[in-house]
Ligand binder design. Structure first.
Ligand SMILES: *[C@@H]1O[C@H](CO)[C@@H](O)[C@H](O)[C@H]1NC(C)=O
Ligand SMILES: *[C@@H]1O[C@H](CO)[C@@H](O)[C@H](O)[C@H]1NC(C)=O
Ligand SMILES: *[C@@H]1O[C@H](CO)[C@@H](O)[C@H](O)[C@H]1NC(C)=O
Ligand SMILES: *[C@@H]1O[C@H](CO)[C@@H](O)[C@H](O)[C@H]1NC(C)=O
Ligand SMILES: *[C@@H]1O[C@H](CO)[C@@H](O)[C@H](O)[C@H]1NC(C)=O
Length: 418
């Protein structure tokens, strides 16, 4: 439900000051203060978030089938997949092009997510581009969101002739921009692994050891200033926070200060601070009538084969078979659980309707879909690594085409059929 603006009180004021009116106005002011305060309990707060019956969210073309939970389902084989070929998408970035770097099995490209109670509408690149006419879609976050961004670019670019599309990097590489010229539309990605200002923000040199990572408190505007004007935002942030039970937070000053004020804060608490900061930015900068905001949940890792009954020393390396509900092995750590809890709690309080893309469970079945060893290696491999490829397998990122195309099919559904 959208809060109606307070009705004009000029009629009241014209009659001059009278005590009953004074009380009415004071009560009204008090009431509005409670309604719009971020600290007031959710049941008291009027929310911009929930839509009025019959009222459409921006970009909606239809309604969700309310009897269908698109997240409960399974992976089914589909001969008509993948939705594009790796070699067809010239913009694809080296860490995702697994076939080019030696992966020979292709089963991982063929799975389609099948909800139990309905089917996902197929991804319509033309609808996506028409809807983005004169608009900007922006992904902001870490390298997992970068993968989702490239998947989106690949999904739409195939219907655009080669002279009507381009790709550039700006702000020293922090921003990547795919432009569909005839649509005057852009799909962008902005590197901000914590969303907030951190010492890991250099888009090319950001390998910072877990214990050395520092995030500056309440600093979302540092990056946020570059996101204004986007019509669709897709955020994520998770993995970089996983530094252990605590993380270093810069309370004031700059990262280079001699005597900087750094405090070790419980990860859950720090993550909550970031979510609150994000929501404040969204509430201030995004218009709930015209724009949409998404947040992609934790992307599961497959670093311990023992979790799915595999070899003690194994991981996603040489995994070509998917898991299923019965063999579900997303064993969230305590930290994962508390981060999920924080996301749920904080987003429920948001005045702006934020749509969670909860890809965690469905992705947890996909130990087969990681980049593994099939990516560009930045350093020459040692003889030990060559002898034992599992030791350098990347069980965090995903091959494209592949799993992350489904994340965007989910985004497609939530955008057009909310
Ligand atoms: C895809 O979207 C376009 C533009 O909205 C529409 O004309 C077309 O019918 C859609 N295609 C399918 C298969 O739904
Ligand atoms: C192109 O889109 C931008 C927003 O991304 C808008 O400001 C601009 O006016 C548009 N230009 C034309 C020619 O439609
Ligand atoms: C690029 O990086 C340099 C050095 O870190 C910095 O001085 C400059 O402001 C950056 N430029 C942009 C556009 O962010
Ligand atoms: C990969 O897995 C298959 C069984 O799934 C096994 O036969 C093979 O030896 C494994 N290869 C390596 C290099 O570990
Ligand atoms: C996302 O889905 C997982 C698994 O179904 C669930 O445990 C988690 O609570 C959900 N996250 C949120 C924020 O709702």
């Amino acid at each position: 439900m959208k809060a109606a603006p307070p009705s004009s009180s000029s009629a009241v004021l014209h009659k001059g000051f009278r005590l009953p009116y004074f009380f009415t106005i004071m009560t009204l002011i008090l009431f509005m203060t409670i309604l719009y305060s971020e600290d007031s309990p959710a049941y008291l707060r009027l929310s911009w978030a929930t839509k009025k019956k019959g009222e459409k969210l921006a970009f909606a073309v239809g309604e969700a089938d309310s009897s269908c939970d698109v997240l409960s389902g399974r992976w089914v084989w589909d001969d008509h997949r993948p939705l594009y070929e790796e070699a067809e998408c010239p913009f694809l970035h080296s860490p995702m092009v697994c076939q080019l770097y030696g992966r020979t099995d292709t089963d991982y490209q063929h799975w389609r997510w099948q909800p139990n109670a309905c089917s996902l509408p197929s991804f319509n690149a033309s609808l996506m581009l028409e809807s983005l006419r004169g608009k900007r879609m922006m992904f902001v976050g870490d390298s997992l969101n970068l993968g989702q961004f490239y998947s989106m670019v690949c999904l739409v670019q195939k219907i655009i002739p080669s002279d009507a599309k381009s790709f550039t990097r700006k702000f020293n590489g922090s921003l990547r921009v795919f432009t569909a010229k005839d649509y005057n539309a852009t799909i962008e990605y902005y590197w901000a692994p914590f969303l907030l200002d951190s010492n890991s923000d250099n888009p090319s040199v950001h390998k910072i050891g877990k214990s050395d990572r520092v995030v500056r408190k309440d600093s979302i505007n540092t990056h946020g200033d570059h996101w204004r004007g986007a019509d669709i935002m897709v955020f994520n942030t998770y993995l970089w926070w996983m530094t252990g039970p605590k993380i270093k937070i810069l309370q004031g000053g700059t990262f280079d200060d001699e005597n900087k004020d750094i405090e070790e804060v419980a990860t859950e608490e720090a993550y909550r601070m970031a979510m609150k900061n994000l929501l404040r930015w969204v509430n201030k900068n995004m218009d709930p009538i015209k724009t949409r905001v998404f947040f992609t949940s934790l992307s599961p890792l497959h670093e311990n084969a023992i979790e799915w009954g595999g070899d003690e020393k194994g991981n996603c390396y040489n995994q070509t078979v998917i898991g299923d509900e019965k063999g579900s092995y997303w064993r969230p750590s305590d930290c994962d659980k508390s981060v999920m809890k924080v996301i749920g709690e904080e987003f429920r309080k948001s005045r702006y309707p934020i749509t969670l893309l909860n890809i965690t469970q469905m992705s947890s079945y996909r130990k087969d879909a990681h980049t593994s060893i099939f990516k560009r290696q930045w350093r020459p491999l040692t003889t030990e690594q060559v002898a034992n490829p599992g030791t350098y397998a990347d069980c965090i990122h995903w091959c494209l085409p592949g799993l992350q195309d489904t994340w965007n099919e989910l985004l497609f559904v939530k955008l057009f059929y909310p």
